[in-house]
Ligand binder design. Sequence first.
Ligand SMILES: [Zn+2]
Length: 501
Amino acid sequence: MRTPARPRRLAGTAALALALLAGLGPATAQLPTLGDPTDLSTRTERQIGERIARELYRDPDYLDDPVLVEYVQTLWQPLLAAARVRGELPPELDERYAWQVLLGRDRSINAFALPGGWLGLHLGLVSVTANRDELASVLAHELSHVTQRHIARMMTQQNRQAPLVMAAMVLGALAISKNPDAGQALILGGQAAAAQQQLNFSRDMEREADRVGLGVLTQAGFEPQGFVTMFDKLQQASRLNDSGAFPYLRTHPMTTERAADMQSRQQLAARPTIVPTLQHLLAAARARALSQAGVDAQRGLVAEAQASATSGQPSPRLAASVYAGALAASRLRDHDVAARLAARLRPLVQGDAAAERMARLLGAELALAAGAPARALEEIGPITGAQRPELLLGAQALVRTGRAAEAAQALQTWVSVQPRDAGAWQQLALAHAAQGQRVRAVRAEAEVQVAQLDYAAALDRFKAAQDLLRTPGAGDHIEASIIDTRARHVQSLLREQALER
Ligand SMILES: [Zn+2]
């Protein structure tokens, strides 16, 4: 279960940033009230968070998997809504913070809250959840660390210096973590080792995140025992002391006291065991396949799927195994095996609309990977007005069947409503490029950078588009004026960042 050490990990990056922030003074268990004037302002916290998020977007482990991103949103959005209803999410935080969950490909079991309302969620954690309620409970707990402003309090209590010094320190830590061979030994020596020790939220903060998180979870309509079973799972891992694969435990200490607290809440009612949705089992299977980097691990998933497909009775678990095997086979470029497993999946999901859709999306994904974009389009159908996974997969298939104009049109409509969707802008750039529309392609590339908070890179692309426009016939004046406006806007965002140093 222990993960081999890998360079450039999402967890390492964020944990390190928090380690430095948290390690600057003695930890204290006292929680000041919300709105304490010594608290970091929400605006400053958001800015610090943006800088960290910008680095996470650049991390090779960052993953915009449309299927899993959408699935996590089906849990995350109800939790946010419930937090609003319960008054845990005051309008100021609601508006100022990002409230975005970033997925990391890493197979370690980890989730973490960052300043300014960003959450990191590793596929390793998604893959070990037995049902949606367990995954939602982790999100609810992290959400509550943010709404209770635990990070801000930690930073305020332990660093009286200018917030920008803190941001610079975070960035410094991020930079060092990008070169682990040179940096790791240095970072883990001396003072930084002490910082690592203090990475933990205080026990009081943990209890508060449990209490508030459980309330939010229940309000959102999830089963509260998901909190308990997930807790047990982490507790068990804690006993095995497998902190390599469970870095979550380092930031969220599991104490027997905390466990007892959780158990007593649950003794109110002995509820029946949660029956997982098929959709969740497939999502967890997808996370398992996508988080496995090695060829041997992928082969293992294929072998497991083939063995269970011939011997096992039709069951949700079998469907999950076959789903993971099909995806793994495709990643190994064994397209025939992938197609056979995907075909076996169909009858196993029949009658469950959400799972049937996941099987169709998998079919389209496998067809694209096998170089059969027309077959992918058959699975997806028309992409106008489609949901995000269908749109992004379908656009790729359209571009590859010489129908880039249709793809561009659908994507254009999408980004006009979702202007911060980097993945959609990326596809739009490809669709424009396929049509030979270089200015539009470069502008879309600029928007990818804006969405991922890299304003310097965005400005660079806008300037490249402006240069292209100087060649006759490259674009019309409407386009030129849009690009000028966007370039000025990004320039002002850059200046704002510079002023805050
Ligand atoms: Zn926690």
